[in-house]
Design a protein around this ligand. Structure first.
Ligand SMILES: [Zn+2]
Length: 163
C-alpha cells in the first residue's frame, strides 16, 4: 500500500527527482505539505524551473523544507533556539529575474512550516511543544500524554508492517 508521500511523488515527480539528501515528512504534516506542493506547482506554471525538494526534515519540533530552483538567489538560513522559541534569520542573496517567484515560493513554504509549529507531528491536531528529555516535539494532548507515559511509537519508522 502506498503512503501519502509516495502518492505525492507520483503526482509531482519533478519535485522529488532532484539530488535530495532526505525527504521525511511526518504524518501530521502531510496535509499541509500536500497543499504546499500543489500551490508551488500552480505558481511555477508550465516551466518548473528544475524546482525540487532538497531536504525535508524536522528541526526543533517543526518542519524544515529546503528546496532548489534554477535561477533562485542564494540565501543562508540560520535557526537559533531560545527560551521563547525558534528565531530564524534569512540572509538573502542578490536579486535576480527569478527572485519574485522565488520570494512567493519561500513565503508559501514559510507559512506551511509555521503551521507545523502548532500541529501535532503525529496526527496534525492542534498541539504544543513537548520538551520531554530535551528533544522538542509538537504534540496534541493525547500524543503528549503518550509521550510522557513512554508509549509513543517512533515517528520516523517507515516500516509499517501489517498495512
Ligand atoms: Zn496527536
Amino acid at each position: 500500500m502506498k503512503n501519502q508521500l509516495q502518492l505525492l511523488q507520483e503526482k509531482f515527480p519533478y519535485m522529488f527527482n532532484g539530488d535530495h539528501i532526505g525527504i521525511d515528512v511526518a504524518p501530521g504534516w502531510m496535509p499541509g505539505f500536500q497543499k504546499l506542493c500543489e500551490k508551488i506547482d500552480q505558481l511555477l506554471g508550465d516551466d518548473k524551473r528544475d524546482f525540487y525538494w532538497r531536504q525535508c526534515k524536522e528541526k526543533f519540533g517543526s518542519a524544515r523544507w529546503y528546496w532548489k530552483m534554477k535561477g533562485r538567489p542564494t540565501e543562508i538560513r540560520i535557526d537559533l533556539i531560545s527560551e521563547s522559541g525558534v528565531i530564524e534569520t534569512i540572509a538573502k542573496g542578490k536579486r535576480s529575474a527569478e527572485s519574485d517567484l522565488s520570494e512567493k515560493i519561500r513565503a508559501l513554504i514559510q507559512e506551511a512550516e509555521a503551521h507545523t509549529e502548532h500541529a501535532c507531528i503525529y496526527c496534525g491536531e492542534p498541539g504544543t511543544l513537548n520538551k520531554k528529555d530535551g528533544y522538542l516535539l509538537v504534540l496534541c494532548e493525547e500524543h503528549s500524554r503518550q509521550r510522557n507515559a513512554g508509549t509513543l511509537p517512533s515517528i520516523w519508522s517507515d516500516e509499517d508492517e501489517g498495512e
